[in-house]
Write a protein that binds this ligand. Structure first.
Ligand SMILES: [Fe+2]
Ligand SMILES: [Fe+2]
Length: 503
């Protein structure tokens, strides 16, 4: 085990590993996880291990380490240690990923331990999930505010004894996140005096606690942007810029700074500036392997694109540029299926739709199915790089989070004002026998079925990083023949066969 820790410490960057190296690494990692799962007592170096794994962007593995630690503590009987490790497990996992079962479990625990010092912490994470993964801003606001009430009932000294998060830090986080949820509501819903006054009050309180924390200042900039106080926003923004640019230790703040500059430019109707800053923000976040920040930036881009402003929207030149940039980010992120996966799925889907119609099926709008094909995996933008490209079988939590990508895709479609495409994207992994995901529904839309079969076909016949030999076209078609009437409509399988043999 110590040897493995040393190896981890020496590992620099998974992104630049060769296929073979990544394959070996992933195998070693899974063996390590298997080893901890079999342990009955806490691991000696568990914090060191977790730190290294987090540094490499392996949040799921780090979280599992804490989950197993919690289990061991539960068996030995210390509730405090149990809850502390459990909190770490939830925190590490939910900061980057949404996994429905984990979220439900968290809600249950938040209720059960409401009256302990872990009450506000668990509620904070529930609010965080609603805020950053489920985009339910009002609900998140209520949860944060409930957490704050719970926190106010605890004495700071008593709370700090548990030192997972300090009393003051949690208060700052709660207030700051509450401000952010309200800002998003204002951006979306126009002027609401009550909202604005509530934010003002929060910002005042934040200033009293701490004046120099950069992300709080960024809240202030956003507030001024939301209320169209551009001058004030500019002043604070310049100030933050000067602080971050000359301080190497604050480099991790750059994605956030650029995102705010982008919002600022957008508000000033400088569309070119907005596009450039968004790109820089995302590039920086990818370089830092900061999945949480990437998600936040993508979410802001989607928010801007979805708003019907005269400067940037989905149909403007800049809007299209941003959308293409998002798609290219997705392509760069998903090595496993390769750069042209979405394009290939779009083109083949169109051909299969033509064949389907030719063989007597209903007529399908070709432009729509092509676009749906291009967008089908957009939800993967929210899944960490390592999970998307893991060269061996994903472990349970990774797989569960992967299964959520159609839902994320649908959320993005709805946010961008493309509700019709939400369904096509959401159902592309559903199968007619109910064996698909994420919901197991038995009547996926015909467009989703065609995209689904083409997606599987493309994956089966391309050289993936999974060390499986790709099937030939004929072998793959034979496999699909067996699924006729089981996973796919007979007509869809026939159409695939027809389109692919007449290609
Ligand atoms: Fe997919
Ligand atoms: Fe796909």
């Amino acid at each position: 085990m110590d040897r493995f820790l040393k190896e981890l410490q020496k590992t620099e960057d998974l992104l630049i590993m060769t296929n073979e190296e990544l394959y070996r690494f992933a195998k070693q990692m899974d063996e390590f996880i298997g080893y901890i799962k079999a342990l009955h007592t806490p691991l000696k170096n568990h914090v060191k291990f977790a730190r290294e794994l987090l540094r490499l962007g392996l949040s799921v593995d780090a979280a599992i380490l804490y989950r197993e630690l919690a289990r061991a503590h539960r068996e030995t009987g210390s509730e405090r240690d149990y809850l502390r490790s459990l909190y770490m497990y939830y925190e590490i996992l939910l900061m980057t990923l949404y996994i429905p079962t984990v979220y439900e479990e968290l809600l249950k625990n938040a209720k059960e331990y409401e009256q302990t010092v872990f009450g506000p912490l668990f509620h904070y994470l529930s609010g965080f999930t609603q805020h950053f993964h489920l985009f339910e801003y009002e609900k998140a606001y209520e949860t944060y505010s409930h957490a704050l009430e719970l926190l106010d009932k605890i004495k700071p000294k008593e709370f700090n004894r548990y030192d997972v998060v300090k009393y003051r830090d949690l208060k700052l986080l709660l207030l700051s996140n509450m401000t952010d949820t309200l800002l998003r509501a204002i951006f979306k819903g126009g002027k609401n005096e009550e909202y604005i006054n509530r934010i003002k009050a929060h910002l005042e309180e934040l200033k009293k606690i701490e004046t120099d924390m950069l992300f709080l200042k960024i809240n202030e900039v956003e507030f001024n942007l939301a209320t169209e106080n551009i001058q004030e926003a500019a002043k604070i923004l310049m100030d933050i810029d000067a602080k971050i640019m000359h301080d190497k230790t604050k480099r991790h703040m750059l994605p956030l700074l650029y995102r705010t500059w982008a919002l600022f430019s957008w508000r000033r109707q400088d569309t070119e500036g907005a596009v450039n800053y968004f790109k820089r923000a995302l590039r920086e976040a990818i370089q830092l392997q900061d999945e949480m920040r990437q998600k936040e930036i993508i979410d802001t881009i989607v928010l801007v694109l979805s708003m019907d402003t005269p400067y940037i929207n989905l149909f403007s030149k800049e809007g299209k540029e941003l959308l293409l940039y998002l798609l290219s980010t997705l392509l760069a992120k998903d090595w496993y299926l390769g750069e042209d996966h979405s394009k290939k799925v779009a083109e083949y889907s169109k051909k299969v739709a033509e064949a389907y119609e030719f063989l007597g099926g209903v007529s399908i709008n070709k432009g729509k199915i092509y676009l749906a094909g291009l967008l089908h995996d957009t939800g993967k933008l929210y899944i960490p790089w390592y999970i998307l490209n893991k060269p061996i079988k994903p472990i349970d939590l990774e797989w569960e989070s992967m299964k959520y990508h159609p839902t994320y895709g649908a959320i993005i479609m709805r946010k961008m004002g493309m509700p019709e495409f939400a369904r096509y994207v959401e159902e592309h992994h559903e199968r007619i026998d109910g064996s698909g995901y994420p919901y197991g529904i038995k009547k996926p839309h015909i467009i989703s079925q065609i995209i689904g079969i083409v997606d599987d076909f493309a994956a089966a016949t391309s050289l993936t990083r999974k060390y499986e030999k790709p099937l030939t076209k004929e072998e793959a078609l034979e496999e699909f023949e067996k699924q006729k009437g089981i996973k796919f409509d007979a007509g869809v399988v026939d159409a695939l066969k027809f389109a692919m043999t007449n290609l």
